[in-house]
Ligand binder design. Sequence first.
Ligand code: PMP
Length: 435
Amino acid sequence: MTLTDTTASATAAPSGAVLDGPALWSAQAQMPAVLGRQLVIERAEGSYLFTTDGRRLFDGTAGLWHANVGHAHPELAQAAFDQMRTLETFHIFQRFANDRAIELAELLAGISPIPRSKVLLNSGGSDAIDLACKLARRHWQREGRTSKQIILSREHAYHGLHAYGTSIAGLDFNREGLGTESLVPETARVSHDDLAQVEAAIERIGAERIAAIVSEPIQGTGGVNPPAPGYLEGLQRLAREHDILLILDEVITGFGRTGEMFAAERYGIEPDMITFAKGVTSGYAPLGGVLAAPRLWEPFYVDAPDTPVFRHGATYAGHATAAAVAIANLGILERDGLVARAAELEHVLRRELEGLAARQEAVVDVRVAGFLGGIGLDERIANDRVADRAIEHGFITRPLRGNTLQLSPPFIVSDQEVVDYVAAIELAITEEAAR
Ligand code: PMP
């Protein structure tokens, strides 16, 4: 099963007629397959969602890996309310700034695994990727090494769906049907797990043409794939040897998901840039950005008349209310010890998933890194059908590439809730296997 397969399972015999429905065009959906069976969420509390048709669902994926402190947290609502009453936002172009954006950037620079980081802000993960790739190209143009333009990314990679994310996706179906192979032509895919192949690709393309390599520390949408032992370290070594910038996409892993504030710390990596989003606000406000190393920002800070400008910025870059929510969210993570709690929950999840794999023949493998798990299913059992069954039992899991199910609950769940969650998925697998 693949992501494309999961969106293609129409329920009734198709008539060929154009169907109508709500004005909202759903994301990543084959519309006839979802019309009439949408799960409309109207309310949430902690780790539970409530739908308009009366269901109570355990949010086992933290939405799209974002709701790390759980849903409807009153302190985050209060932070947004207070900020909006004071200053909803003001842009940060040229001389302007707002105090919340400044405060958030200081906080992020303080916890960044990259020493002396500067912080670029915008509205989400796809934005962050576009920004990081542009900054990588801008860096080499400014250095006069104008041929260094290609962005490498890994097979099975997901980096959002803006122009760069679409172009560097290692999930090919996200690039299909656009009339061109790649919106940004200067990209190439490399092996997701074999360093010798990565090195061969660098040599074939030529380091003088490569600006950066982008990698998720743990691939998310591509199927919850922790890095092969030594892979990230090796990628860093190759990047340094060949003078290629290393961009770590921590949109999923940032802010505690791996039991460290950033996965860079878990794997001992010091990239040139880190992209972040999701967990920075736990999804309460759209916000993302880039942490950039001194070699990238210093030339733009030189006190000289011809110092260049990096032409980035958007209306909502440094949005004051989003920043206020992020500050409050980071405060909750720290006060409630939620990063350490995610590290504890990793052990519970691993224990439960290993038990599941030992009991269930239909489970080919389980993958856990941080409080982030994937269940790989035998090809005879379709992950999207198991996910649908789990919903009937009140638990959300998500089908991903490689016939995988995603497990990434909020960090506030109890050990028992993890046990119950895995048990519900096991029941769904057993039912599907018996079908
Ligand atoms: N990078 C990674 C690793 C992601 O998982 C995602 C979103 N799932 C993105 C980038 C894109 O983020 P957004 O959806 O906020 O644009």
